[in-house]
Write a protein that binds this ligand. Structure first.
Ligand SMILES: [Zn+2]
Length: 154
């Protein structure tokens, strides 16, 4: 089996590495460690502690990805709700607000490959109202709490 199956240690490792080399710079979500540059990141990936963590993650990879995804969702929606209520905001701008918190979950550790994918998921699940405009994706939180009776959810 040469191919990295989704959710396997190799797939996660590849995912972390490929994303790490681009926008997310040299951050290892598994170890929650930021590296200075490509070389440091490479050294980190070969380090005993990282390899040990990857084995643990590999044994529970689906659970880890799900856990990161749940945390991202909870934090993202929580902030959207407190900061903007049901007001419509630009998803990209809001994401900048979200990642300003240095403890944020990095998108590369979740089941979503990009912010766009994540936002579209929120739309599909009726968690947010999502509008695709020429200015980018606009989102607004949907208040599903019981006091808004006749809500969208059972
Ligand atoms: Zn690591």
């Amino acid at each position: 089996m040469g191919r990295a199956e989704a959710g396997s240690t190799k797939a996660i490792s590849n995912k972390l590495k490929s994303k790490g080399l681009t926008r997310l710079r040299w951050y290892c979500q598994v170890c929650e460690k930021a590296c200075r540059d490509a070389n440091a990141f490479k050294m980190h990936c070969m380090s005993e502690s990282h390899v040990r963590n990857m084995v643990i993650v590999g044994e529970n990879s689906k659970a880890f990805i799900q856990d990161y995804s749940d945390t991202l969702m909870k934090d993202f929606i929580g902030l959207l709700k407190t900061a903007h209520g049901e007001k419509q905001v630009n998803a990209n701008h809001f994401y900048q607000e979200y990642i300003a918190n240095k403890d944020h979950v990095h998108m590369n550790a979740t089941k979503w490959n990009s912010l766009t994918e994540f936002v579209k998921y929120l739309g599909r699940e009726s968690i947010c109202r999502v509008e695709d405009t020429e200015k980018g994706l606009l989102i607004s939180w949907i208040d599903n709490s019981p006091k808004h009776s006749g809500g969208r959810r059972p």
